[in-house]
Design a protein around this ligand. Structure first.
Ligand code: EPU
Length: 432
């Protein structure tokens, strides 16, 4: 078990390079199963969710080689198992993409119910609705989801809620289905477009990704590809806020500024200065930070995965801010930890009222999920004194060498091992 120890109060300055997007990579890696030839995937972030995806591919019979920094050659032609067992699937949410990919390739799949960050009820009814529409039958028993189909046929799929996971899973399952599939009320996140671009580079015929109607004309074969994952919009946003919270001046490289629009606009309202270039963005603070209201919604709205980070920034701003969570039931679990650092936040259901106190104080805290952990790092960097963050395995699921990148920017942050006997009985090593 490790923890981060942060001595707060240092301005972040300099340059940081953003890694590939977690939520794109965890769908693109299973997508490789659909190809009849090896694929090379570049700009793959070095995070534990990716390691788990690669391990699942290997366990199923794929040959996975690390052929360069952040680049993997994956040969799926030897895959002879269609099962992802409980022990691996429970460790991350994105294991559900193996359902769509295996079903799309072999007309069958057996995957354990997925794990992931504890953000409240996380049903998969819309995923199952999409698989059924394409002609698959499903059954749930002993925590496993079984899918099988004689043949997959293109179909009309209307999602009752806007869902990233079910949209991508429907794409994976439909890409080789006979005829036309139309997905309506589709999610529009950048990683949806990235998965479509990757599949199209393998010979798929997907149109409309990035809008709420996606049309997929099934093809018989998908060939190999060389494809680079897009930069991580949420990692970039997290560094933007870390720069602002420490009143620093940081050039954030390898970003797609268009993907950061909702974050950029909100930060400008709060008083953060931002300059955009082709593939980088500079963030710095000159005057006072001021209150703002934020509501998270699906893309192109303000992303839920940036909610804990911006709420943390607003504790440092003047005035009363209101943050409304529009996607997850339980995304304010980090608030108790921020209160330990002096934040004045009241939560009522999906709404948090933040009284900006202008300062935070170091304290021992625990990350309860991935983005909560990122928020606590930001709080620790801005706080006076020392912050110790436990349960950082959550953070390592989604941030590629966070502490190394922050150190390069001048942060005083160390990863320290906690001896096993000092770890409380209730601490779990894996996210479930
Ligand atoms: N929903 C349903 N039924 C379903 C699927 C979703 O009701 O079958 C509901 C959910 O309960 C939620 C809403 O739809 O209220 C949106 O869920 P979505 O399916 O979009 O979320 P997800 O695919 O499980 C992905 C990201 C999350 C991110 C959300 C929203 C991955 C692996 N995870 O989750 O990322 O918060 O989209 O953008 O892509 C994170 O990176 O920290 C993270 C939690």
């Amino acid at each position: 078990m490790d923890k981060f120890v942060i001595k707060g109060g240092r301005r972040l300055t300099g340059e940081v390079t953003i890694s590939g997007a977690k939520n794109a990579a965890v769908a693109i890696l299973p997508a490789v199963i659909l190809a009849d030839e090896p694929c090379v995937i570049e700009n793959v972030p070095s995070i534990s969710d990716v390691n788990i995806s690669l391990r699942i591919l290997k366990e199923m019979g794929a040959v996975v080689e690390n052929i360069g920094k952040d680049t993997y050659r994956i040969d799926p032609t030897g895959i002879d198992k269609c099962c992802v067992p409980y022990e691996t699937a429970r460790k991350m949410r994105a294991s559900y993409y193996f359902l769509g990919a295996l079903l799309g390739k072999f007309n069958k799949a057996r995957v354990s119910m997925p794990g992931g960050c504890p953000l409240g009820d996380r049903p998969i009814d819309q995923h199952l609705k999409a698989f059924s529409a394409l002609g698959a039958e499903y059954s749930l028993s002993q925590g496993m989801i079984d899918l099988k189909a004689d043949k997959l046929r293109g179909s009309q799929i209307f999602f009752d809620v806007v869902t990233v996971g079910a949209t991508m899973n429907a794409m994976l399952a439909a890409v080789k289905a006979e005829g036309l599939t139309v997905i309506e009320n589709a999610a529009k996140e950048p990683h949806i477009v990235d998965l479509a671009n990757c599949l199209n580079s393998m010979g798929a015929n997907i149109m409309g990704a990035g809008t709420d109607v996606i049309k997929i004309r099934g093809v018989e074969h998908l060939h190999g590809t060389t494809y680079a994952v897009i930069p991580d919009q949420i990692e970039a946003g997290t560094f933007m806020i870390a720069a602002a919270a420490t009143r620093g001046d940081v050039l954030i490289k390898n970003v797609i500024p268009k993907h950061l629009e909702s974050i950029t606009k909100k930060l400008e309202k709060i008083g953060v200065s931002i300059e955009q270039y082709d593939d980088s963005i500079r963030v710095w603070v000159e005057g006072a930070l001021v209150k703002a209201n934020v509501k998270t919604t699906p893309h192109p709205g303000f992303p839920t995965d940036m909610q804990p980070q911006i709420a943390t920034l607003l504790t440092l701003a003047e005035g009363t801010s209101i943050v409304t969570e529009g996607v997850w039931e339980q995304r304010f679990r980090y608030v108790d930890e921020l209160r330990r650092m002096g934040a004045d936040i009241t939560v009522n259901g999906k709404v948090a009222l933040i009284e900006g106190t202008g300062k935070l104080m170091g304290a021992p805290v625990k990350a309860c999920d991935l983005r909560a952990g990122a928020a606590l790092i930001i709080a620790g960097l801005a706080a006076q004194g020392i912050t110790e963050i436990e349960d950082i395995f959550h953070i390592e699921r989604g941030y590629d060498c966070m502490e190394g990148k922050l150190r390069e920017l001048g942060a005083d942050i160390e990863k320290v091992s906690i001896p096993d006997k000092a770890v409380g009985k209730n601490n779990k090593k894996e996210a479930v």
